[in-house]
Ligand binder design. Structure first.
Ligand SMILES: [Zn+2]
Length: 200
């Protein structure tokens, strides 16, 4: 029994099977997958999935491995704000669209800012829960860079909430994960929140 469970988890379906699953969903929605406009849809959806979920193939740790130490003693906060991302909620497979703000207090090494954006993108391009994604970004930066502190704020709109269910448009969800000095020191946290325009 344990073996069959393991096999089920590890076996990646073929592209053909994925396309067939899309055809099944089209049928189930009431469509005719053989109609001209839908003929190539399963193929397109599979290709879109390769893009939307490319985060499973990327290793966010690798982006943070290349660091710089020659920063002339710079030891103040580094903040990258308004990093736009597109993710998908793991409960409805519906888009989550928003921005992430990432800050850290370097100890002795800094990382290229585009790498912080790559970390956000890698976690976003997986099925997600916003709270989990926020923590993953912060923990990854903490584990690899070992900074004095990390702050991550994510502000996003969940289309499973705006286009279905309770249909509340214009509602965004804000989550934050503060580690080290960002958690312990109210002034550090406040400086970060001011820099990203969230200090209310
Ligand atoms: Zn959802």
């Amino acid at each position: 029994m344990a073996d069959s469970k393991k096999t089920r988890k590890e076996r990646r379906p073929s592209r053909n099977e994925a396309e067939q699953a899309v055809r099944t969903l089209l049928l189930w929605a009431g469509e005719d997958p053989a109609r001209e406009g839908l003929l190539d849809t399963p193929k397109r959806v599979a290709t879109a999935y390769e893009d939307w979920f490319s985060g499973y193939k990327a290793d966010p740790v690798s982006f943070l491995k290349r660091t710089f130490e020659e920063v002339e003693g710079y030891d103040e906060m580094i903040v990258l704000r308004d990093i736009s991302f597109e993710s998908h909620c793991e409960h409805h497979m519906a888009p989550i669209i928003g921005v992430a703000h990432v800050g850290y207090l370097p100890s002795n090494k800094v990382v290229g800012i585009s790498k912080l954006a790559r970390v956000v993108e890698t976690f976003a391009r997986r099925f997600q829960v916003q709270e989990k994604m926020t923590a993953q970004i912060a923990n990854c930066i903490e584990d690899v860079l070992k900074p004095r502190g990390v702050g991550v704020v994510v502000d996003a709109v969940h289309q499973c909430m705006t286009t279905r269910g309770i249909h509340k448009s214009g509602v965004s969800m804000v989550t934050s994960q503060m580690l080290g000095a960002f958690r312990k020191d109210a002034r550090t946290r406040s400086e970060f929140l001011t820099m990203i325009g969230k200090n209310l």
